[in-house]
Design a binder for this molecule. Structure first.
Ligand SMILES: [Zn+2]
Length: 416
């Protein structure tokens, strides 16, 4: 089987197990399907020569491929790869039924004859780039889950190639599969980092061919807890304090130019994501995002100042601010000593003739969390498009190039 057919067959194998994560769940993993996939992946890793395979209470699977270097070869970095097992819940079916379009010849793609669901070239002109390639789409009732099963397939096929070609040297490699990335990087956060003793790692969790990400947001959540004073309206005058109105006053202190809808590239924002409560207690939920660490910290300070101001303005109310860090900009974890992990990515793509698209991502990856734990973890393309939508699709030429990038990284790292 050629590389593309291997990738298709691996992808179909993993897509067949429903692993949609559920944000409302209180367990990690959030859904039982992720356990099923984890166990299948453990079995597959073992068949591919990976040893020391273990799974923890949160279904985080880790395995190690022993180095295979010529006698007397200088030591090379220990490298990890991380992929997530869950697919995103965007209010569509958790079950995924991929449709393979062989040798795409242009024109609209019919995803689902029965339900008359199409992907049109008008809405998705990027399709034209892939004329002549095999393309995988969903049947229109779900996402495709190339995010991140294309990465799982990619890693398994790379391991297959290494297993079948004993002449290819490689350093020590760790493979890690985590659950629940889509619901706040919960899987990576639950992982015992001592199980993953690598010098640096990679995720394969962005889209189009060539995309390379080592700049992500710094991210935190903030909760403004407000308790007011309530009474029957007949005796309210000069007495009650309405926490819902305090929450709206708080929102009015925020810069309307620094919202997701008014920012782009590396500009940060404070996003009002919820206001829940009643006339006695209210919680205002906010998300803080900034690529720049100083500006990120300044946003936190501003929320503290707003809280203090609201306390002064409403002395009878009780306010508290709770800020929880979520993840950090990978770039802040890149130092002159470890920047080689990014250099390898540029080299790998350039030597394969892949045009690099260095992107400052307006989001985070598992790597954004791992980087805060001292493991610099840049991210590169799966080759797929339109993550988190029913129009997610995998052009197999690009997906193959992603797998070749993995193999090239392994080669470059082995060469030291
Ligand atoms: Zn993903």
């Amino acid at each position: 089987m050629n590389l593309q057919e291997r990738l298709i067959s691996r992808f179909l194998r993993y897509a067949a197990i429903s692993t949609q994560s559920k944000p409302e769940s209180r367990t990690v993993p959030s859904t039982p399907g992720q356990w099923d996939l984890a166990h299948l992946l453990m079995k597959d890793l073992a068949e591919l020569g990976v040893t020391d395979i273990s799974i923890d209470d949160h279904a985080v699977v880790i395995g190690r491929l022993q180095a295979r270097l010529p006698e007397g070869h200088a030591p090379v970095p220990v490298v990890g790869w991380v992929a997530h097992m869950d697919t995103v819940d965007v209010s569509m079916s958790p079950d995924i039924h991929p449709v393979i379009i062989r040798n795409y010849q242009g024109g609209d793609i019919c995803q689902n004859q029965e339900k008359q669901l199409y992907m049109s070239v008008e809405d998705h002109p990027e399709l034209i780039k892939y004329i002549g390639q095999d393309i995988i789409v969903s049947d229109g009732t779900s996402v495709l889950g190339a995010d991140n099963k294309a990465a799982i397939a990619n890693l398994m096929v790379a391991l297959e190639v290494l297993a079948e070609n004993p002449d290819i040297p490689h350093g020590e490699i760790y493979i890690c599969f985590v659950p629940d990335e889509e619901i706040g990087l919960c899987g990576a956060k639950s992982m015992d980092i001592r199980r993953f003793p690598v010098d640096f790692a990679y995720t394969i969790d962005c889209c189009e061919q060539g995309e390379l990400v080592y700049q992500t947001f710094n991210a935190a959540r903030a909760f403004v807890n407000i308790t007011g004073v309530t009474a029957h309206p007949m005796s309210s005058k000069n007495h009650t304090v309405n926490p819902i109105l305090i929450a709206t006053d708080f929102i009015n202190l925020l810069d309307r130019g620094e919202t997701p809808e008014h920012t782009e590239k590396t500009e940060g924002y404070i996003w009002v994501t919820g206001i829940e409560g009643n006339q006695l207690t209210t919680v205002l939920k906010l998300q803080i995002r900034d690529h720049d660490r100083k500006k990120f910290l300044a946003k936190k300070e501003y929320l503290k100042a707003c809280t203090e101001m609201m306390k002064l303005r409403h002395p009878k109310a009780v306010l508290s601010l709770d800020i929880q860090d979520d993840y950090s900009n990978i770039k802040d974890a890149i130092t002159p000593e470890n920047s080689i992990c990014v250099d390898y990515l540029f080299q790998a793509m350039e030597s394969l003739g892949i045009e690099v698209k260095d992107i400052a991502m307006r989001g985070g990856t598992d790597g954004s969390y791992l980087s805060t734990k001292g493991i610099p973890t840049p991210n590169y393309f799966t080759g797929a498009h339109n993550f988190h939508s029913r129009y997610e699709f995998m052009p197999m030429g690009a997906v193959e190039n992603s797998c070749k990038t993995t193999l090239k990284l392994i080669e470059l790292i082995a060469n030291g």
